[in-house]
Design a protein around this ligand. Structure first.
Ligand code: PLP
Length: 477
């Protein structure tokens, strides 16, 4: 029996507006070919585009929605004309803001496929998605040098949500230690929950607010002079002085500015001694484990109770993709479980719906899986090593420059520096650098000084890009 044509077989209930969708389905090949051309042009052209767009006044956010559409090809044309010229080339090599990964070709097509197949990756019912996510989590553990059997986890929308899960699971575990079920009875039932952190990332502060703990409600631990690293003696004193029975320590493996790594072995020892949950924010730092020159920085990570990491930064998969790992998956599943008769299943496998914030979930394991299959461990190792070398190269150049000052030696992939003059002079200098369209950097304040961050996390960065960056800085100094 031949398959009915998408165009021909229309029931009277299909309105003319919905015919547009069936017509689009019929000509999907043409639509994808146009989309493919547009994508190729954008992705391959990203090296030569202005790195950021500074004027998007041509786009009217208040324009009314069309009553009648004209189908996908028309929308593609509109996107190409009205949106694409106004984008940042953040997938290109000289976007040095935040910690922004690009997208490798395999990850890109993995993401395309993810949209096309549109699985709801909740669990093992009727689709292999859960098994793929499980495999990806195993591979991620291998990449981070973590023993497979010890950690399990879930893919999230980003490191911010992974940090949130660390707080939620840690709080639940702390309650369990003293006979309080936070999941059932609420955080109010937990007497005196104390959080200790030296250099929590901004996302963690946000998560303290979201969880109802409170942005200001953590014990600030001192940092070692001139670093963002936890002062171990101070942490020990503060843990010893605490009267709280529920304690959680937030440590860092790669801070966002100085890329400092905490002494995780010492912190894990203290957490064991004082009965505290150890959460490590290793959003991008976890992948330093791939670089044999830096893997030692992660000693002790395997003793963390929970770990935040991220795919859309250094693994160069498209947004969004965060990673959460824990040694206590049952605790996480207690805090995040979704219960309703219609959600029950007999299928065997991990129920990712019970491991995070969302119930319905994008199949975000697929872009990661594609990139891992396509490039292997060696591919990611090369990205990490190259980006670290580039950060060092820029730092060396700044050190020798008579008008620039290096704010800290980069330990990983971020170079922080400042130009001559006051903070205001430096703000103006940053604007001038970014206005060239040749690079994009974000501001920071380090050691009380206003400066610039150049974060190297893109697989496309090559030597000649570094030369362009140096020439551009010189041209506006
Ligand atoms: C150390 C660290 N943690 C957490 C985050 C938050 O990541 P995301 O924006 O992907 O949620 C970042 C982002 O740069 C980071 O560097």
């Amino acid at each position: 029996m031949s398959r009915p044509s998408n165009r021909a077989e229309r029931s009277p209930t299909v309105t003319s507006a919905r015919h547009l969708m069936f017509d689009d389905l019929e000509q999907l090949g043409d639509i994808l070919a146009v989309a493919s051309d547009i994508t190729r042009e954008f992705v391959q052209g990203a090296d030569d585009m202005d790195v950021t767009c500074r004027d998007f006044s041509a786009f009217d956010p208040l324009r009314p929605m069309p009553g009648q559409g004209r189908g996908a090809l028309d929308a593609l044309r509109a996107a190409k004309e009205e949106i694409l010229p106004l984008l940042a080339a953040s997938i290109g090599p000289r976007y040095l803001g935040f910690v922004t990964g690009g997208t490798t070709p395999a990850a890109l097509v993995g993401d395309w496929l993810t949209g096309a197949i549109d699985q709801n990756a909740t669990g093992p019912e009727g689709s292999v998605t859960a098994a793929v996510e499980e495999q990806v989590i195993h591979w991620l553990c291998d990449m981070g040098g973590l023993p497979r059997g010890r950690f399990d986890g879930v893919l999230t929308t980003g490191a911010t949500v992974s940090n949130l899960l660390g707080l939620v699971a840690g709080r639940q575990w702390c309650g369990q230690q003293i006979g309080v079920d936070v999941d059932a009875d609420g955080a109010g039932a937990l007497p005196g929950f104390e959080i200790f952190a030296a250099s929590p990332h901004a996302s963690m502060i946000k998560d303290l607010s979201i969880t109802g703990i409170g942005r200001n409600n953590f014990t600030k631990v001192a940092t070692k002079p001139g670093t963002e690293e936890t002062d171990i003696a101070d942490l020990k004193n503060r843990l010893a002085a605490s009267t709280s029975k529920a304690k959680l320590v937030i440590a860092s493996a790669g801070t966002v500015n100085a890329t400092d790594f905490d002494n995780l072995v010492a912190i894990a020892d203290l957490c064991a001694a004082f009965g505290a949950w150890l959460h490590v924010d290793a959003a991008f730092g976890m992948f330093a484990a791939l670089d044999d020159r830096r893997a030692h920085l992660l000693s002790g990570l395997d003793r963390a109770d929970s770990i935040t990491s991220d795919g859309h930064k250094w693994l160069n998969v498209p947004y969004d993709c965060g990673i959460f790992l824990t040694r206590h998956i049952n605790v996480l599943e207690t805090s995040c479980r979704a219960f309703a008769p219609y959600l029950q299943t007999e299928a065997v496998g991990n129920m990712y719906i019970n491991r995070g914030v969302e119930n319905s979930r994008r199949f975000r394991a697929l872009p990661l899986w594609m990139a891992m299959r396509a490039y292997g461990r060696d591919g990611f190792t090369d990205i990490v090593r190259a980006n670290c070398d580039q950060a060092s190269d820029l730092a060396d150049w700044i050190r020798d420059h008579d008008r620039l000052e290096l704010l800290a030696d980069p330990k990983l992939n971020v170079t922080m520096f400042a130009g001559p003059g006051s903070d205001d002079d430096n703000r103006a200098l940053l604007s001038r650098m970014n206005a060239t369209g040749k690079l994009f950097m974000t501001p920071t304040v380090y050691g009380g000084r206003f400066g610039f961050r150049a974060a190297f996390s893109n697989w496309r960065m090559r030597d000649h890009d570094l030369e362009i960056i140096k020439d551009t800085i010189d041209s506006v100094l």
